[in-house]
Design a protein around this ligand. Structure first.
Ligand code: G16
Length: 562
């Protein structure tokens, strides 16, 4: 830790002692519970909300350390447990670029959160500040927000207590209740020195989205009505704010908007429910809104960073899911076509690529690769997809669960802005590509922005839900959540397609797969819930179900449950 050049060593030492005292006072108010081990996982810390206040206090400390380390760059903190049930909550940090926290700092977050005593917390904090060369005299800037969970206010209080130990060197921007992607947007926009990304507040976000969407829709509107299941979460608030800015161009009908009804969040609704159950939320089923042929609906998750679409088959009335894979395929094909139409010169040719995880339906991967769209497979978790997508000029990334976005590389934007169009068609394609880069959240997957992206592509194609769906047929698949005594005994490798431990289990899974036509299955520990997830797909629904059952039994056997 270096000291400020304007302070005498004695004053600096005194100030440091005061800071440590202040941390100790706060830490005494938030002792770590015994026998709990916290881990900064796929999406930050996530567990029962009642266990979390000490973690929030410590995350407050870490966020300030990170900002000071980056010379006062703005860091984001989001209090949410996204798709988890209401009694859970969580917290994650957002780096200045609007991306997830630098993975090397995840270990520091875990270390601080697990310090068993105030003394060990002070010692770990001091060690971190020294090793990470944090100048504690630097200013710090933090933007923070929460979702609608009832446990949110108490957790925010603990977080603010963490910030408060640094006194006036920390500037805070409390966004209140908002979505995870809006928080990411505000962080990115605040740190953007060019001022081009957008105004760093919720109004700025709505205006940016609305302007880009209007440019893309042109005189194609008003579009057909869209029903939006808000999972009884914060997406309901964001959607109503946004539609007020947007006007009539897209008639949106919000459903499941009971944000203050206890227990309603993500309950029998939302993107995770729809994707996992492969069924309509009962409330939408009963409302009958999808009965009219080709009516589209979509579901957000609890913090509005995921989206899946669906509709009912016109003649059979069956449920048809248009998940993250279907979005990725449609968007990648469409952007690929626009790039061709843009006719950029050889030197500025742009490549569209797709990033998926092992959960991607086999049919989607086959569809893309057979059309020469490169596909990369990475482990679950937005940070993995985001980084892989950055390697393409235009990188489309989506998890099958509906979490994703499209990244435009800086050089791609420059090439588009500086291109000399060869025809009105190519000028139009360039204009549209640039408008898509404005519409699509460049920081993180965003249900609202992705909803508009899908609507804009459908409008340009002149498609309804069934035309979109017609591209390829998903292989039947099943997702099973298996509760086990210790999920940490399951270690996945090879982009989570194989299990390294428990020894021998992978061979048994492969033997099971061989028994089913086009059978594919894998097992991985969840990064957000205390469970193991089993995925199975095969040629028929019965085969996919049987494979899922067989592999679930293998997991239970390996963990000593049967
Ligand atoms: C988080 C992550 C996603 C991941 C999901 C499920 O989503 O951000 O990348 O796909 O958890 O993870 P797991 O299967 O490991 O529980 P969210 O929307 O809950 O923040």
């Amino acid at each position: 830790m270096s000291s400020s050049p304007t302070k005498s060593p004695k004053d600096a030492a005194h100030e440091h002692a005061l800071l440590l005292n202040s941390i100790a006072e706060g830490a005494n108010e938030y002792p770590k519970p015994e026998h709990v081990n916290f881990t900064y996982g796929t999406a930050g810390f996530r567990t029962l909300a009642t266990k979390l206040p000490p973690v929030l206090f410590r995350v407050g400390l870490l966020a300030v350390l990170r900002s000071k380390r980056l010379e006062g760059a703005t860091i984001g903190v989001m209090v949410t447990a996204s798709h988890n049930p209401e009694p859970d909550n969580g917290v994650k940090l957002v780096d200045p670029s609007g991306e997830m926290l630098d993975p090397t700092w995840e270990a520091h977050a875990t270390a601080l959160s697990n310090c068993p005593t105030t003394e060990s917390l002070i010692s770990t904090f001091t060690t971190l500040a020294t090793h990470l060369r944090v100048d504690l005299h630097q200013p710090a800037n933090i933007v923070y927000a929460r979702d609608t969970r009832p446990s949110g206010p108490d957790l925010i209080k603990a977080l603010e207590r963490g910030f408060s130990v640094f006194g006036e060197s920390v500037k805070l921007n409390d966004l209140g209740i908002t979505t995870t992607p809006i928080l990411h947007y505000v962080v990115k926009a605040t740190n953007d020195r060019t001022g081009e990304y957008g105004t760093p507040n919720i109004k700025g976000y709505n205006e940016k989205m609305s302007k880009a969407f209007k440019t893309l829709i042109g005189n194609r509107g008003p579009l057909a009505p869209l029903y939006v299941d808000c999972a009884n979460g914060v997406g309901a608030n964001a959607l109503s704010d946004f539609t007020a800015t947007l006007g009539e161009i897209l008639p949106v009908h919000p459903l499941n908007t009971a944000t203050t009804t206890q227990g309603a969040l993500n309950h029998q609704c939302g993107a995770d429910f729809v994707k996992t159950k492969q069924a309509l939320p009962p409330s939408i089923q009963q409302s009958g809104v999808l009965a009219k042929p080709n009516t589209r609906a979509c579901s957000f998750d609890g913090d509005a960073d995921r989206i899946v679409f669906y509709y009912q088959h016109e003649t059979k009335g069956t449920f048809r899911l248009l998940d993250g894979d279907k979005i990725a395929v449609m968007v990648a094909m469409f952007l690929g076509d626009l790039v061709v139409k843009a006719k950029l010169d050889e030197e500025h040719k742009l490549q569209v690529g797709v990033v998926q995880t092992a959960y991607a339906n086999g049919s989607s991967t086959k569809y893309l690769t057979s059309r020469n769209i490169p596909v990369t497979c990475v482990p679950t978790g937005v940070k993995h997809l985001h980084h892989a997508a950055q390697r393409y000029d235009i990188g489309v990334y989506f998890e099958a669960n509906g979490h994703g976005t499209v990244l435009f590389a800086d050089h791609a934007i420059k090439a588009l802005k500086s291109a000399s169009p060869q025809s009105p068609d190519s000028a139009n394609a360039i204009k549209n590509l640039l408008a898509f880069s404005e519409l699509i959240n460049q920081a993180v997957g965003d249900a609202l922005s992705d909803m508009l992206l899908v609507e804009a592509v459908l409008a340009h194609r002149g498609w309804g839900a069934s035309e979109w769906d017609a591209g390829y047929e998903d292989l039947p698949n099943r997702l099973v959540k298996v509760e086990v005594p210790d999920r940490n005994i399951f270690v996945a490798v090879d982009a989570e397609r194989k299990l390294q431990y428990p020894l021998g289990l992978q061979d048994k899974i492969e033997d099971a797969m061989k028994k089913y036509d086009m059978g594919r299955s894998f097992v991985r520990p969840s990064g957000t819930e205390d469970c193991v997830r089993v995925y199975a797909e095969a040629k028929t629904t019965t085969e996919a179900e049987n494979l899922a059952i067989a592999v679930t039994d293998l997991v239970k056997m390996a963990s000593g449950q049967i």
